[in-house]
Design a protein. Structure first.
Length: 187
């Protein structure tokens, strides 16, 4: 993952709730994010087969269903939507727990390291805490060192849980990271 420092003149991205009109842009962020972040970690044929139009249609379906998932986008003037995050209740064995779960956070690969991911994460943490989640968990591929560093900088720590994630018949080991959202975890 190539990162670049945030330019001094780059404005902070606007973080807002996703709308149905954002589905195509979010699909672009998600597909390009997967193809960049998971190259060499997941089967390349799977990454190459990802289709933005199909993903946008799935996003529209998820969006229409509503539910407890909170979808946020990061946008910059002149660029539009450049990042996306989704979180909600932690899912375990078909049950939803009080713990929150960060399901996804991606930024367009060419804008990684410009502050959009940090801004999205800050908003997710603030909202998840305000919603009453005592902590927030996420799953990250074990070999994704860049993402693990990003999560560690945001205050997440591995809690020892590890599970495989199946992608086209290949098991990709994932680690669970957790961060407390209680009053002492502000920051």
């Amino acid at each position: 993952m190539t990162t670049r420092p945030t330019p001094a003149h780059a404005p902070e991205p606007l973080i807002r709730d996703m709308t149905i009109d954002d589905c195509e842009a979010v699909a672009t962020v998600r597909v390009r994010g997967w193809q960049s972040a998971y190259a060499g970690l997941m089967p390349q044929a799977h990454l190459d087969a990802m289709d933005i139009a199909e993903d946008a249609e799935r996003r529209r379906g998820f969006f229409a269903e509503g539910g407890e998932v909170v979808n946020l986008v990061a946008e910059r003037a002149g660029l539009g939507v450049i990042g996306w995050a989704a979180y909600g209740p932690y899912r375990e064995d078909g049950r939803r727990l009080a713990r929150g779960e960060l399901y996804a956070i991606y930024v367009l690969p060419e804008l990684t390291g410009t502050g959009a991911g940090r801004a999205l994460m800050a908003e997710v943490l603030a909202r998840a805490g305000a919603a009453g989640h005592p902590d927030l968990a996420l799953w990250v591929p074990k070999e994704n060192a860049a993402a693990r560093r990003f999560y560690a900088r945001a205050g997440f720590c591995p809690d020892g849980a590890e599970e495989p994630f199946e992608v086209d018949g290949v098991l990709v080991p994932e680690l669970r990271y957790v961060r407390s959202l209680g009053p002492s975890a502000a920051g």
